[in-house]
Design a protein around this ligand. Structure first.
Ligand code: TYD
Ligand code: MG
Length: 478
């Protein structure tokens, strides 16, 4: 009996079933299964789970394209890919990519509509077209004329920048085969559809099949590809979330609509470190990179106000200095409110508990509001000390000296715990003119101090160790 060549895929979670069901057994959503036909594969072991998995992860994409039987090979015999990485023209973006674009890689650029994905990738396309070779920019959202208008505004006039306004996967693949470009940009994956599937463009099955197919093309032709994907807050459109495991790199462009900063955040990278962040600013002439974001984030700091602290957070391999603000006010209605903007809510609750129990601040009947300036999100525990100090500063209405940076994780007993890369953080603070750094007391601190002395920075930035939060607050707010 011929094997079934279709699957039923949940439009919510992407779970696969062999038959139609009213309710998805994986995520419990009703009426979300849609029929999807599987991509054509060589007859041998066509639709085995292993083969599908290999396809999904891209491991056998090139093997699949050449129809060679997959035979285990000893490691030394595997041909190494060339390591030449392609610069995209922005040092900030190159770093997020792990040092540039890898040939044949598929990079997903996600973000909310209107955040600047098309702008960024059109600028990258302009650079590659000028410096390297032809670029194919496929847009299913805008006409070629619209893109040209935008390109004129961005002052891009590449002879070798080819625009293609289409939504059909087959047309795109044909154009790639004909043009053999140095880079392909697909804007956006939600508009692309393969005609052999019946589901609508933007549905999870279309998005996934099209991405898998493009992945195969990228891997077999060694052409790097950028794929733009929209994410909406409601998650109604099949979003990049479902594609993250397919792509080699996943970048998110984030920012607040009313701020001009845009953060390009790497969440997955098969060729480099993740959690790198590149900072850009949106201008009238497109996105411009911000080479020294700490200085930008600190530029609007109020000098004399209480409740403001500067923390040093590692974003990937780069330390970033950011201002944290807190406001503590007596609560009016007997129920204390606690708002965390840019830091995790549970982490804030924990810090409030430690401040109450170990430091003795009577925060119980106070509203606490915290905010990270610049729309940044801080996830590292190393910012604990700064957040706690900002809260204590507002509560006591005493300001933290503006030349003091705070680094340290707070434990439940009120102790300060060592953080990674302390030396790097302190040096970055020194570079930005901070005269003192309050840090956890540990063996590492001594080493950092010696390093600073050797680098001739000990005079410029003093390291002050503290073993507990209470001691640290005494120093910061004396
Ligand atoms: P866009 O790249 O179209 O967003 P996306 O592709 O992520 O949906 O960016 C749209 C926004 O960027 C729009 O609100 C206008 C703004 N913008 C500028 O401020 N300056 C510019 O030079 C450009 C091209 C766009
Ligand atoms: Mg766009």
């Amino acid at each position: 009996m011929p094997k079934s060549r279709t699957r039923f895929v949940c439009q919510q979670c992407g779970g696969e079933q062999t038959k139609w069901l009213g309710r998805c057994p994986d995520c419990g959503a009703w009426n979300t299964l849609e029929e999807v036909s599987l991509p054509e594969m060589p007859a041998s072991g066509a639709a085995t789970p292993q083969r599908r998995y290999a396809l999904l992860t891209g491991a056998a994409a090139s093997a699949g394209a050449s129809a060679a039987p997959a035979v285990p090979q000893p490691l030394p015999q595997v041909k190494a890919l060339s390591h030449d990485r392609l610069s995209v023209g922005y040092a900030e973006m190159d770093r997020v990519l792990g040092g540039g674009l890898v040939p044949g890689s598929l990079t997903l650029v996600g973000g909310e509509p209107g955040i600047g994905k098309s702008t960024l990738l059109l600028q990258v396309s302009g650079y590659i077209a000028e410096q390297v070779g032809p670029v194919l920019y496929v847009s299913g959202e805008e006409s070629s004329e619209q893109i040209k208008m935008r390109a004129e505004r961005l002052e891009i006039s590449g002879e070798r920048l080819y625009l293609l306004a289409t939504v059909e996967l087959e047309v795109i693949c044909e154009a790639i085969a004909r043009l053999k470009p140095a880079l392909v940009v697909i804007d956006s994956i939600q508009t692309v559809f393969a005609t052999h599937l019946t589901s609508a463009p933007g549905s999870i099955s279309q998005v996934r099949e099209c991405t898998l197919h493009l992945m195969q093309v990228a891997k077999s032709s060694h052409i790097p590809m950028f794929i733009i994907g929209h994410v909406t807050k409601e998650g109604t459109v099949a979003g990049p979330k479902a594609l993250e495991h397919i792509a080699d790199c996943v970048l998110y462009l984030e920012g607040e609509r009313y701020h001009t900063y845009r953060l390009l955040r790497g969440v997955k990278n098969r060729f480099g470190a993740t959690h790198e962040v590149g900072v850009f600013e949106m201008h009238g002439e497109g996105l411009q990179e911000v080479p020294n974001p700490s200085a930008l984030f600190l530029s609007e700091r109020p000098g004399a106000a209480s409740g403001s602290a500067v923390v040093v957070s590692m974003e990937g391999t780069r330390p970033l200095l950011v201002e944290v603000q807190a406001l503590v006010t007596p609560s009016n209605f007997g129920i204390a409110r606690c708002t965390a903007n840019g830091i995790e809510h549970n982490r804030l609750l924990m810090l409030l508990a430690v401040l109450t129990k170990r430091v003795g601040l009577a925060l119980g009947n106070h509203d606490v509001y915290t905010n990270v300036v610049g729309g940044f999100t801080l996830e590292e525990p190393a910012v604990d000390l700064g957040v706690a100090a900002a809260i204590a500063s507002s509560y006591r209405d005493r300001r933290i000296p503006p030349d003091l940076a705070l680094i340290g994780e707070v434990g439940l007993s009120g102790e300060l715990r060592a953080v990674s890369r302390l030396g790097l953080r302190v040096r970055e603070a020194a570079k930005l003119g901070f005269k003192r750094c309050l840090v956890p007391a540990s063996a590492r601190t001594e080493r950092v101090r010696r390093e600073l002395e050797e680098a001739g920075l000990a005079e410029e930035c003093r390291v002050i160790p503290a073993s507990t939060l209470a001691v640290a607050l005494e120093i910061a707010l004396h």
